[in-house]
Design a protein around this ligand. Sequence first.
Ligand SMILES: *Cc1c(COP(=O)(O)O)cnc(C)c1O
Length: 817
Amino acid sequence: MQEYSKKELKDNIEGYVKLLYRKNMEEATGQQIFQGVAYAVKNIIIEDWMKTHKAYEAQDLKTVYYMSMEFLMGRALGNILINLKADKVVEEVLEELGFNLNIIEEQEPDAALGNGGLGRLAACFLDSLSTLLYPAYGCGIRYKYGMFEQKIEDGFQVEVPDNWLKYGNPFEIKRAEYAVEVKFGGYVRLIRDDFGRDKFIQENYQSVLAIPYDLPVTGYGNHVVNTLRIWDAQAINNFNLDSFDRGDYQKAVEQENLARTICEVLYPNDNHYAGKELRLKQQYFFVSASVQRAVSKYMETHEDIKKLPVKICFQLNDTHPTVTVPELMRILLDEYNLGWEEAWDITNHTCAYTNHTIMSEALEKWPIDLFKRLLPRIYQIVEEINRRFEVLLRQTYSLEDFHKKAEKMSILYNGQVRMAHLAIVGSFSVNGVAKLHTEILKAKELKDFYELYPTRFHNKTNGITQRRFLKHGNPLLAKWITDKIGDGWITDLSQIYKLNKYVKNEQCQKEFMQIKHENKLRLAEYIKSHNGIIINPDSIYDVQVKRLHEYKRQLLNILHVMHLYNQLKKNPDRAFYPRTFIFGAKASAGYVRAKAIIKLINSVAEVVNKDAEIGDKLKIVFIENYRVSNAEFIFSAADVSEQISTASKEASGTGNMKFMLNGALTLGTMDGANVEIVEEVGAENAFIFGLTSEQVIEYEQNGGYNPLDIYNTDEDIKLVVDQLINGKYSREDKELFLPLYQSLLYSQGMERADQYFILKDFRAYEEAQKKVESAYVDKSWWAEAVLLNTANSGKFSSDRTIQEYVQEVWHLEKVHM
Ligand SMILES: *Cc1c(COP(=O)(O)O)cnc(C)c1O
């Protein structure tokens, strides 16, 4: 595969470093070398990028627009090299120039334009769309500051701005020629046009100019390059102002401010609605720009606006881009002069909605007065959608039922715009992200909508890209798998089942565990240099990395660690297999209890890690600044995958899939995609514990349970809970963890005591942990089980998910390159 000339690559890298920085290779910094390499690589993909779009146009293919507030892309360089199959040659070229590719890759900041699972899913989907040859745009926001960088100071999380564009992004292309105007505020005036039609004119508004930046999304070995289009805002400064406004100094300043603030920063809330006005501005900003551009592009090569659904689908990643529905209506009504029914028919066949959560605190409900003030024309359209929807309800139900249904289902209710309802009513497709999640949607949360629109609802279980999370993140295992079964798994993960014939083979088990050991050494090095903690590579690496959220129950994990420590102190000679508990998690900056849990983990670590009597039997590590780039190698080193959310709360999870693929065993509840992981690998090759989703929902419908019944009767549990307030882990500060203590034992206002059933599940979790220990001691059982996990992870590729969306929702055709 000598597709790329080494000489040319070398000349290009040196040339770009010189051109960009007026330096030769010896003088350049690591960052400058990275930039030079990135430009040399961009030079390779630019031809394919142009050809891909020429091919789409020539073949007039339908395109999916994946609308998402978040794209958690991570680093681009290593991934692009893999997709170009140029990783080896670039590694060699750099070697000859005296540099190491891995170290150069580390110069690239993560593109952290997302919080966690939802944003990473969007990134995996783009990777799969390109690899499977489907025409697609990702549409999002070019945040100046992405997900904050997390520092741990004295055990506390400190947020540092993520200035990821500081050195410039070598892969992006500014497309100033496609700038569009986005309008906010003002009022709507009704006029009669020359044809006697009603026209709605927005006046006295503020506007910003949306400028697109394109990032390449390469397919694996197929020369397809799709586009992630992220929008930046620029002040519009007297461009197109009504004569009325000309010379309005105040307005010019306000518009300037609006443009400056809108793309400034990603909100760091994961699964939580905060209702900030600026957030709604962000939503409308990127949606309006993306939809305007998509419709214009369509009209450049098509005559009939009514056939829009034949060529375009907007997939809404959660409710964040739901204004796509009324924005498309606005364009069709006000700019293309269509009648309501025609416009609605087009919109309703163009938009599709993915639900990501059933947790009430995550549901977006905008106050009507805010919504109306910010988006007056859009609000009028939402009112009319709602009015017609209520007419439908009236026609469908008896008068008595109608009132109940309207209360539960209408879009406008109680002074709020319910975005999920707008998304469902405006879309032809509504999907959940794992089987269990979709079943709960249909049976509980969205039951009324399911009854009204039964054919709209379906499941698309999430997936992950094996190119990043195995081939790039775990090169040793990737090579071993390819040696065993060939490289078909890279683009067809179902082929990984071929490993099943090696699971009982002792030599294969040995090789697999040897690779795991190498990866554990690699992580131990990282921990040594970042945390200054020496961990035992022969210990069980028990890993929980994900956003910090009460429902994900990092608190259950650390309380159990405290319990283990109590037991070891009581009985130091007790048989105990050494264990390293590894955590990584960012908490939303305003989420006080989540931050207290981070502090607790670090405080327990401080006490336990320096206890000489414990030695390396028990170590606790909190990995700072968990993100895609360190995630890639954390998964490869894990033995145990902690997926312990309160059943019914985790819609899918995708971290669980990355662990499975890399040969870690799931310790988890029957929640989200854990259910399907167990289905694939067998319950005997995972450690499942705790309340089921039915049980949790049943308790919730009956006002919860009383944790004091457990606290008062279970001495071990009482001890660990009391240790939250006795100063043991807080250098005698008895207030520090008091809020956690109280949340476990007492109700707080509307919130139930121990709302996430931590104490209720504690003993079941402990039992499952004991099983993990005895299983690990049986080396050959463990080796077979991890091999079985990897061998049966084929379902969890995002390629499979994308293929399902294509067949059942998007109806795309592959491009011929
Ligand atoms: C996969 C991934 C997630 C999602 O993890 P869950 O365990 O599914 O919540 C979050 N953050 C990063 C960096 C990831 O790679």
